[in-house]
Ligand binder design. Structure first.
Ligand code: ADP
Length: 396
C-alpha cells in the first residue's frame, strides 16, 4: 500500500511516495519554480537522481509531472497511478475546527477556504495543491493533515491572547501553534527511546529549522508552543523576528511611514538571523561568518537565537512542573552540534547532564546526555511525511 504525501508551497512542492508496509520512502521529490521561468523537478529514487526541466505554469502542471516521474518507465517506482492508494496533504492551518486529520470532502474544502483567511501566506498554496490532485486523481481519497492540529489540546490560558475577548470570539484571534506534526512525531519517538508511556512524560521539543518552534508536551498532549496566531511568534528564526513588543509594529507604521504590508514583509522575511547578521538566513552561513570570520553581527544573531530557545525551555519546564526529556529536531536541531551545546549549557540546575562527545552527531538519532542524567536530551530526526502518511492510511 503506497501513500503519496504532498506539501505544497506557493512556488514549490515537496512529495514522497511511501510504502506503508516498510514505512520507507520509495521516492522523494521537490518541484521548484512553479509558475516561474526555469521550473524544475528533482526526484530521488532507487539511489539515483532524476531531473525534469519543463515549463510548469501552475500546480496542476507540477503534479502531472510528479505523477509522470513516479510511473516513469526508467526512473519511476510504480507501474501505474492505481498503485497510489491515497494522498495525504500537509495543510498549515486548520483553525479551531480540526484537532485531527480528516478525509477531504466538499465540506472540508469550504472550511479550508475559511482558514485561509487566518493563514494567507500558507493555506492558499495547500488548497491549490489539493484541487490540482483532485483534478488529476478524482477517485483517489485525499486526507488533510494540519500543522495546527496537535496543538489544539492547549488550555485556554495558553492559547488566548490578553486582547479584548471579542477579538477571539468574533475573529478567532488566538495562538494556534504550528509544526504540530513534527512535535507529535518526535515526542512519540522520545517516549519510545525512553521505554516509557508518553502519558507519563513531560517533554520539551525544539524544532529548529528555518522556521523554528518549541513545544511543551505533557502526558502526550501539547500544552503550549512558541508559535502563535501565525508562524511569526516565538523563536528568532531564519528570517522571522519571533517575540517582540507589538508596539514596534505601530511605531513602524505611524512614525516611520511603513505600510502594513511592508511591515509584514520586514517581520516575516527580513528579520531573524538574516536581519541581525546581515549575512544570510541559512544558519550554516551565519555560523561560518560568526566563528570563522568573527563577524560581530553574526555572533550576536546566533547568541540571540540560543538565548530565546533557552528562555522557552526554562519556561516550559516551569509550566509543566519539570521536564523529563528535551528533544532537538529539524535542520539546525539535527545538525548543529554547536547550537545544541550552547542551548543546553547551564541547564545542569534542571538535571541535564550533557555529554559533549555523544552530542557530536549530525542528522541521526542520538541520546546526548550521560547515562543516568535526570533529564534526558535527544537528537531525533523528524519525519513529518511519514506521520502524514500514517494518518492518511488510518483514515482511508
Ligand atoms: P525549514 O523546513 O523550516 O525550511 P529545515 O528544517 O530544513 O528548515 O532547516 C534548515 C536550516 O537548517 C537551514 O538554516 C540550515 O542552515 C540549517 N542546517 C542544516 N544543516 C546544518 C548544519 N550542519 N549546521 C548548522 N545548520 C544546519
Amino acid at each position: 500500500m503506497n501513500i503519496l504525501v504532498i506539501n505544497c508551497g506557493s512556488s514549490s512542492l515537496k512529495y514522497q511516495l511511501i510504502d506503508m508496509k516498510t514505512e520507507e520512502a520509495l521516492a522523494t521529490g521537490l518541484v521548484e519554480r512553479i509558475g516561474i521561468e526555469g521550473s524544475i523537478l528533482t526526484q530521488k529514487a532507487n539511489g539515483e537522481k532524476y531531473i525534469v526541466e519543463e515549463a510548469m505554469k501552475d500546480h496542476q502542471d507540477a503534479i502531472k509531472l510528479v505523477l509522470a516521474a513516479l510511473v516513469d518507465k526508467d526512473h519511476g517506482v510504480i507501474k501505474s497511478m492505481d498503485e497510489i492508494e491515497a494522498v495525504g496533504h500537509r495543510v498549515v492551518h486548520g483553525g479551531e475546527k480540526y484537532a485531527a486529520s480528516v478525509v477531504i470532502d466538499e465540506d472540508v474544502m469550504k472550511q479550508l477556504e475559511e482558514c485561509a483567511k487566518l493563514a494567507p501566506l500558507h493555506n492558499p498554496p495547500n488548497i491549490i495543491g489539493i484541487n490540482a490532485c483532485k483534478a488529476l486523481m478524482p477517485n483517489t481519497p485525499m486526507v488533510g493533515v494540519f500543522d495546527t492540529a496537535f496543538h489544539q489540546t492547549m488550555p485556554e490560558k495558553a492559547y488566548l491572547y490578553a486582547l479584548p475577548y471579542e477579538l477571539y470570539k468574533d475573529h478567532h484571534i488566538r495562538k494556534y501553534g504550528f509544526h504540530g506534526t513534527s512535535h507529535k512525531y518526535v515526542s512519540m519517538k522520545a517516549a519510545e527511546a525512553m521505554g516509557k508511556d508518553i502519558k507519563e512524560l513531560k517533554i520539551v521539543n525544539c524544532h529548529l529549522g528555518n522556521g523554528a518552534s518549541v513545544s511543551a508536551v505533557k502526558n502526550g498532549e501539547s500544552v503550549d508552543t512558541s508559535m502563535g496566531f501565525t508562524p511569526l511568534q516565538g523563536l528568532v528564526m531564519g528570517t522571522r523576528t519571533g517575540d517582540m513588543d507589538p508596539a514596534v509594529v505601530t511605531y513602524l507604521i505611524k512614525e516611520l511611514g511603513y505600510s502594513a504590508s511592508e511591515v509584514d514583509d520586514i517581520l516575516n522575511k527580513k528579520s531573524g538571523v538574516l536581519g541581525v547578521s546581515g549575512v544570510s538566513s541559512d544558519f550554516r552561513d551565519v555560523e561560518d561568518a560568526a566563528w570563522n570570520k568573527k563577524e560581530h553581527r553574526s555572533n550576536i544573531a546566533l547568541d540571540m537565537f540560543v538565548y530565546r530557545v533557552k528562555q522557552y525551555i526554562g519556561s516550559y519546564a516551569a509550566i509543566m512542573g519539570g521536564v523529563d526529556a528535551i528533544v532537538f529536531t529539524a535542520g539546525v536541531g539535527e545538525n548543529s552540534v554547536e547550537m545544541r551545546e550552547s542551548i543546553l549549557e547551564g541547564f545542569d540546575f534542571l538535571g541535564v547532564d550533557f555529554d559533549k562527545d555523544k552530542n557530536k552527531v549530525r542528522g541521526k538519532f542520538a541520546e546526548i546526555t550521560k547515562e543516568g542524567s535526570k533529564v534526558k536530551a535527544f537528537v531525533i530526526p523528524t519525519n513529518e511525511e511519514l506521520m502524514i502518511a500514517k494518518d492518511t492510511l488510518a483514515l482511508v
